[in-house]
Design a protein around this ligand. Sequence first.
Ligand code: SAM
Length: 259
Amino acid sequence: MVSDNFISNVDALEGFRRIPDNTIDLIIADPPYCLGKDYGNDSDKMSPTDYLNWSEIWLEAAIPKLKDTGCLYIFLTWRYSPEIFTFLKSRLIMINEIIWDRRVPSMGGSTRRFSSVHDTIGFFAKTPEYYFDLDAVRIPYDPETKKARTRSIFVGEKWLELGYNPKDVWSVSRLHAQHRERENHPTQKPLEIVERMVRASCPTDGVVLDPFAGSGTTAEACIKNDRQFIVFEINPDYCEIIEQRIKLASSQPSLFPVS
Ligand SMILES: C[S@@+](CC[C@H](N)C(=O)[O-])C[C@H]1O[C@@H](n2cnc3c(N)ncnc32)[C@H](O)[C@@H]1O
């Protein structure tokens, strides 16, 4: 089970057992955040201690599946990223902490603290030889910036023609209820974000594993960018959403490039 697209309605821990070691190019993991969300199960309702223990157990099962060139992205909140990053740094090389600025509008919010408007994403690699294709995710310069660099020293420069390197703060709107991408899932991630991970960190025709697939954003990103996927999701209703989504995906273009 390391090729062709595969959706499995299983607990991720069971799913990992079915995958041979050293076969996956990229893991994109968006686990429950321990915030009490309703995914039609109790997976987001653990105590903080149980959550951290469970996180170590599934990560320990996931990491051997990566090829030596493989990488892992993990979505987390600031509440538990310190502990989980510390654990991951004992197993993998930390490449980046990416801040996803959800572009939350300035309304309401917390009154006894600063309102949290970001998710924390860890980007880890198995070895220093990890795959990373910067050119696949460069952001084109706008015409004004290009014009401002018409001096001869800039003309023909690869970076000017190809665009700039995305930074570690990714400002992409969350999917509000009326968003055109929105499926019936409470914590669906924007396709832009997942497409950037797939294009940067998995070669064409490589295999992406998403152990907590939700509405299937990773599957859609893979189809649109010619990568293969294996996804696990414990809720059968979400698996049906994924099936529907991937049927539509091949007829729609990729969203890339993003700003
Ligand atoms: C944060 S959501 C993922 C959202 C997804 N990235 C998307 O864009 O739609 C986490 C998902 O993990 C699923 N889940 C929770 N525990 C699981 C487990 N042990 N194995 C597989 N899936 C699980 C939940 O049902 C939920 O849909």
